[in-house]
Ligand binder design. Structure first.
Ligand code: SAH
Length: 480
């Protein structure tokens, strides 16, 4: 056998350098190669071997990755999620930001009779068990082709009061994360939606909101639902053995030029043949799936371009382009952003309620997915307080605001921690209150292949969720 740890870098370099073409004459070598491929894709050797044992020797890589994914889901999600005991909750409240918030606002909150962070834990029953299910298909409460919900939901009393709020994060999180988020957000059940039902790329997200769910309508024109319709010029080069019709979730990083070159070299060897051998197809497809590569020439794949990502995510063309924004920043911002058509479908119910415009508190605004969705729905933006730490992103939102000739006011705040009681009180009295509080806090510690940083909601970035809750709670207090 081989040493996985020391050889995995070698594998990353080029699997075709490691194995000669006749490797399939030997079954155990075939098994080893599959193992290498899976490890190279970021799975552990244990996961890979279990999948191969369970699925059988002839199973293709795509099926093996599906198996591992399903097993991961089962482990992480389809289990009883136990409520955390009070001590655990106290730990999360002891996050430095929350402590600061508590000492700054405790008296005010008590005076106002707020349910405050520390008190919400006392409300929870300990030892009760609850499950959060990720539905399959992940279509949410309504089918986008219908205006009528496919489920009935009854909002908890505490969630019925205005303002409307809308919180987003990745659907597939470590165990217990969504049940905790839900508990903080008035026990509302998350709506899990994969954007693949709205556009040509997957994006599995959970949304907790207190918006009505009847009479939703999708943005028009409806975006293309297949890669071939969305990026038609790739059709010419798309090989028949690549059966992808949709892209995977768009990431914050794009595939490298070196990888595209390795794929070209691997395919070129079989130029005279009707199609490359199975193992080459398997390798190429695994990389294409992983990095969302599309066919741009003979044997030539490339990552989708930022402009194509903008289109897939529902943003106007060149939304993130120019003004000194480099491609790396564009990929990052688009990889983190809302899929506009999906979010707009949920927000569409506001159009009838706010014909004269809406006051929005947009937290973690990024490149303005929420603002763009409301604008595309034709809901006038009266006042938008946008909180976003990245200067690049703030510039993008400001640029869009000007380009679209918004008549309202855009107020920018850099850091959620600067959003204090006093500031909020000032805005509430100035605008007469917020109608919608919207945002999705960073998911860095909730998703991704890096298990070291995937520590859950208490992670450095993901704990910013508590800021969302803190601010929502303050706004609710101030607005009475
Ligand atoms: N929904 C947004 C993207 C959210 S991603 C969109 O449609 O584009 C999370 C965002 O939180 C990132 O843009 C990140 O820059 C921002 N962020 C991280 N820490 C922050 C903080 N302390 N205050 C404000 N924004 C922050």
């Amino acid at each position: 056998m081989f040493n996985l740890a020391s050889d995995s870098k070698r594998h990353d370099r080029n699997i075709f350098e490691l194995y000669p073409d006749n490797k399939y004459s030997n079954k155990s070598l075939e098994k080893e190669e599959k193992l290498w491929l899976l490890v190279g894709m970021g799975y552990t050797a244990e996961e890979a071997l279990t999948a191969m044992d369970k699925c059988g020797p002839d199973t293709q890589i795509a099926e093996l990755t599906d198996f591992i994914y399903a097993a991961e889901l089962e482990k992480e999600l389809d289990v009883c999620i136990r409520e955390l005991p009070d001590e655990e909750d106290e730990k999360s409240y002891s996050h430095p930001r929350n402590l600061e918030f508590l000492s700054n606002n405790k008296r005010k909150l008590e005076k106002q009779g707020s349910r405050g962070l520390w008190r919400s834990s006392k409300k929870q029953e300990c030892g009760t068990e609850r499950r959060i299910y990720i539905p399959n298909p992940m279509i949410g409460f309504c089918d986008p082709d219908e205006s009528w919900p496919i489920v009935e939901r009854k909002l908890p009393e505490a969630a019925k009061r205005l303002p409307y709020f809308y919180y987003e994060n990745v659907a597939l999180t470590p165990q217990g994360v969504w049940s905790k988020i839900s508990r903080f957000l008035y026990d509302i059940e998350p709506e899990f939606v994969d954007s693949v039902y709205f556009c040509a790329c997957a994006r599995k997200r959970g949304y907790i909101h207190n918006l009505p769910i009847h009479n939703r309508f999708p943005l028009t024109p409806r975006p293309p639902r297949t890669i071939q319709e969305a990026i038609p010029w790739t059709k010419k080069w798309w090989p028949s053995w690549d059966g992808r019709t949709t892209l995977n979730c768009i990431h914050t990083k794009s595939g490298s030029a070196k990888l595209a070159e390795r794929i070209r070299q691997a395919l070129e060897k079989y130029d005279g043949e009707p199609e490359p051998p199975r193992h080459v197809q398997t390798y190429v497809l695994a990389e294409c799936r992983k990095w969302n590569l599309v066919w741009v020439g003979r044997n030539k794949v490339a990552p989708i371009e930022p402009n194509e990502m903008e289109m897939l995510m529902g943003f106007p063309r060149n939304h993130t382009r120019g003004g000194g924004v480099c491609n790396g920043d564009r990929y990052t911002a688009l990889g983190n952003s809302f899929q506009v058509d999906t979010v707009a479908y949920h927000l569409s119910v506001l159009k009838e309620q706010f014909p004269n415009g809406i006051n929005v508190l947009s937290l973690f605004s990024g490149i303005g997915g929420a603002e763009v969705a409301l604008h595309r729905l034709g809901i006038p933006l009266k006042n938008v307080v946008s909180v976003e730490i990245s200067e690049v992103n703030r510039n993008i939102v400001r640029g869009w605001w000007k380009e679209t000739n918004q008549c309202g006011n855009l107020i920018e705040i850099a850091d959620v921690q600067e959003v204090t009681w006093d500031k909020l009180e000032q805005y509430v009295s100035l605008f007469g209150g917020f109608d919608l509080l919207i945002g999705g806090s960073p998911c860095n510690n909730l998703s991704g292949r890096n298990r070291v940083s995937r520590v859950g909601l208490e992670g450095e970035h993901s704990s910013l969720f508590y800021e969302y809750f803190r601010i929502l709670d303050l706004v609710k207090c101030i607005m009475g």
